[in-house]
Design a protein. Structure first.
Length: 146
């Protein structure tokens, strides 16, 4: 996620007020590599603003997503996660412990997309989102109890 001053400018460009709650949500997300859910962000925001509503958190996250300042990750069947890193990169989701981690990959070029998916040739691709689901090493190596 970019600097807070940039986010303030983006909110203003969109005609939105800069509220203490919105600023706190931006601060909570900035440089957060844990891919928090809206619920996790809400509980952290409650510590700062005891009267903040879940609706405020959710709408702020949707606004940040619409402005292209965060990614919405739909890998966990139980909840949506948010990523302040908007460059194209992949994710791995562990089905057992529910961890969600970044996977560093070279960006997929248009020519690679055309090779992998010939039907994309005439399309204008703006964003790719790749995720893998399985077991992390810790969960894979757990021995079942007898």
């Amino acid at each position: 996620m970019r600097e807070i001053t940039h986010l303030v400018a983006r909110f203003r460009e969109a005609g939105l007020k800069i509220t203490p709650q919105r600023l706190s949500i931006c601060h909570l997300l900035k440089d957060d590599r844990t891919h928090p859910s809206a619920e996790e962000i809400y509980h952290k925001a409650l510590e700062i603003h005891p009267s903040i509503s879940f609706t405020t958190v959710y709408k702020t996250l949707q606004t940040l997503r619409e402005l292209g300042e965060i990614q919405e990750l739909n890998v966990d069947p139980e909840r949506v996660h948010y990523d302040p890193e908007v460059r194209d990169h992949a994710h791995f989701f562990c089905q057992s412990c529910k961890s969600l981690v970044d996977l560093e990959m070279d960006p997929l070029n248009a020519w690679m997309m055309a090779d992998l998916f010939p039907q994309v040739e005439d399309m204008e691709v703006h964003h790719t989102q790749i995720h893998m689901v399985g077991l992390c090493p810790k969960c894979r190596d757990k021995k079942p109890e007898a």
